[in-house]
Design a protein around this ligand. Structure first.
Ligand code: ADP
Ligand code: MG
Length: 606
């Protein structure tokens, strides 16, 4: 017996309805698609009319390019688009749409009327379509641009219509779609009418004004700019100060090439930068715009396109975190800048760099000091800024800088600064608390020490300036094979840093001296530990060799630091720390200083 073939091609109207299931999930999806089309058509004025949360009517009128008579008809065909021509173009997408399925889908599940006219045409075109069937096409008087009316959505899919949520909710969805596009296109005028009344109008503006006109004046004084430019991406936008945080994360927006998207890892990166400033249940508003080469993202993974794959996801997350951290630091909210000085930045990206990798740059003022109450200074050294820290203390005696009293600090400190200094208090053998101009500093001793040592080591390596204290008796010590390999290889640099080490036969060294302010009694442990830290660092951070040696040795020496300090010693220590270029971070980039602002303290007492 012969069986008939059973596979058939679906009629267009059915295929469109199936596709519509994905593209048109609710009235808000229609609003989104139509606004995006208007933007792609070059409109700078878009008006949106919504009746019954879109159940009865959605109308979008734009002043964009308009369409020819033939294009107007073609626009409703599935996979009809003017935006890409070949598969290759998908990787160069700059427009909002490109799939050519929105209009076909919308027309499959609603009554649609299109009116459109190009500037060069005398008359426009009017087309009426119901459930994919063209009911009417005629010439019409119309201004340049396009108007879409979408009525009775899901009239032919009762289940869908029934499952729409109550008007209030559906209107919220619509608003959020409008906000996405309005935020990413502040130069476009948006006018929203709801059930016959003017609901909102966003005039042509800049990003910050647009944010304020959408989210309210409350944000006006509480937005901090973020900005960064690397070879991987360009980043800009605004973040809210911690006090603007809310219990929900509704006002958190990411855009890539002006397209709204969601990405957990990026959201996590922003939240991480706020770290200790917020509790885990508080969400600051942010509006982060990323620009990347379109070839480095894949927008083609979901028809509603709010999930986007990034080739450089991990690196971009780090860039976001740094930029937010920097912005918060700059505005005196947290002393955690300098994280992105150029050397750190390069390190972050060098592992993946290919031949044509260009040096990422970011606008960072390395002499900026977060401890000043005025905004970032543009000139001068850290020392100058640093002096201001203490300048308005009530009693400002000018003490003689005491000799650094530790037994092992035989040589002089690199720089003596004569500044009046506040009393320091040591807490839990771990922290130093002291007062600054705008608040209390809480300094993590070991981390801070690693910073001081790191910067000094690095300087010594490059300047060949040898500062070393001699041991009374040479110390001989044995090591295992790997330790021997590492130390002998790095010997010249270690010597420059002040570690006076010599090879003493097989798997053995002898030590004649070490840099000042290193715990000499711990010297052997420090060096042994150094080899471990160094081995780990070579794997995790791709810094240049000297950075790596300096970081590792600084970490190692700080670990063995004796934290019992005298008053004068603490003051000297604080002075040294604030002379460092990145005084707020440990050698390996962790926070070393926390600023507890007087304002904050005052608030707590109220
Ligand atoms: P896509 O936007 O993915 O290309 P659509 O189905 O949304 O697909 O639109 C199909 C085509 O119709 C677009 O490529 C564009 O040429 C045209 N079009 C749609 N809306 C407008 C508009 N408001 N102004 C001018 N042309 C439009
Ligand atoms: Mg489109």
């Amino acid at each position: 017996m012969c069986m008939a073939d059973i596979i058939q091609l679906l009629p267009d109207s059915v295929a469109n309805q199936i596709a519509a299931g994905e593209v048109v999930q609710r009235p808000a999806s229609v609003v989104k698609e139509l606004i995006e089309n208007a933007i792609d058509a070059g409109a700078n004025d878009i008006s949106i009319t919504i009746i019954d949360a879109g159940r009865t009517l959605i109308q979008i009128v734009d002043n964009g390019s308009g369409m020819s008579e033939t294009d107007a008809r073609m626009a409703f065909e599935r996979h009809a688009t003017s935006k890409i021509k070949t598969a290759k173009d998908i990787f160069e997408i700059r427009s909002m749409g490109f799939r050519g399925e929105a209009l076909a889908s919308i027309a499959a599940v609603a009554h649609v009327e299109l009116k459109t006219k190009r500037e060069t045409d005398e008359l426009g075109t009017r087309i009426v379509i119901k459930g994919s069937e063209v009911e009417l096409q005629e010439p019409v008087q119309f201004q340049t641009g396009t108007s879409f009316q979408v009525k009775n959505i899901f009239y032919n899919i009762p289940a869908r219509r029934k499952f729409l949520k109550k008007n209030e909710t559906e209107f919220k969805y619509i608003l959020s779609e409008i906000y996405h596009t309005a935020l990413s296109h502040p130069h476009i005028v948006f006018t929203i009418y709801k059930d016959g009344d003017l609901y909102a109008k966003f005039p042509k503006s800049h990003l910050k004004q647009r944010i304020v006109s959408i989210f309210g004046k409350r944000l006006e004084k509480c937005l901090l700019a973020i900005e960064s430019e690397t070879s991987i991406c360009k980043l800009y936008g605004f973040i809210g100060t911690p006090e603007t945080a809310k219990k929900q994360n509704y006002d958190q927006y990411f855009f890539v090439n002006n397209r709204f998207f969601r990405q957990r890892s990026f959201q996590g990166a922003v939240m991480k930068a706020y770290d200790s400033l917020l509790s885990s249940k508080e969400y600051p508003p942010f509006f982060v715009f990323i620009e990347v080469n379109p070839a480095d993202i894949d927008v083609n993974i979901h028809p509603t396109k709010t999930e986007i794959k990034f080739a450089e996801e991990y690196n971009i997350a780090s860039i976001i975190e740094s930029a937010v951290r920097y912005s918060l630091g700059k505005s005196n909210i947290v002393p955690s800048l300098d994280f992105m000085d150029e050397s750190d930045y390069t390190d972050m990206f060098s592992p993946k760099s290919s031949g044509d990798f260009s040096m990422p740059s970011t606008k960072v003022n390395s002499s900026y000091n977060p401890f000043e109450s005025t905004s970032a200074g543009t000139s001068g050294s850290n020392i100058k800024h640093w002096e201001k820290l203490f300048e308005d203390f009530e009693h400002t005696p000018e003490p003689d800088i005491p000799e650094y009293s530790r037994q092992m600090s035989l040589d002089s400190e690199p720089q003596h600064i004569h500044v009046p200094q506040a009393t320091c208090l040591q807490v839990q053998k771990k922290y130093i608390i002291t007062q600054g101009k705008t608040g209390l500093f809480i300094i993590d001793i070991k981390r801070a020490h690693s910073r001081i040592l790191f910067e000094r080591f690095l300087k010594q390596i490059s300047e060949q300036e040898l500062v070393s204290q001699k041991t009374l008796i040479p110390i001989q010590f044995d090591v295992d094979y790997t330790e021997f390999e590492i130390i002998s290889e790095l010997l010249p640099d270690l010597q420059k840093m002040g570690f006076d080490i010599e090879i003493f036969g097989k798997n053995s060294f002898v030590l004649h001296g070490c840099p000042s302010d290193i715990e000499m009694t711990m010297l052997v442990d420090i060096i042994r530990n150094f080899t471990g830290v160094y081995a780990e660092n070579t794997q995790s951070m791709k810094q240049d060799l000297q950075h790596q040696i300096a970081t590792s040795m600084a970490q190692s020496a700080a670990l063995f630091r004796n934290v019992n300090m005298q008053q004068d010693e603490m003051q000297q220590f604080v002075a040294q720390l604030f002379q460092c270029e990145s005084h707020s971070l440990s050698a390996d980039g962790k926070p070393a200083v926390v600023l507890l602002e007087y304002d904050e303290i005052l608030k707590k007492f109220n």
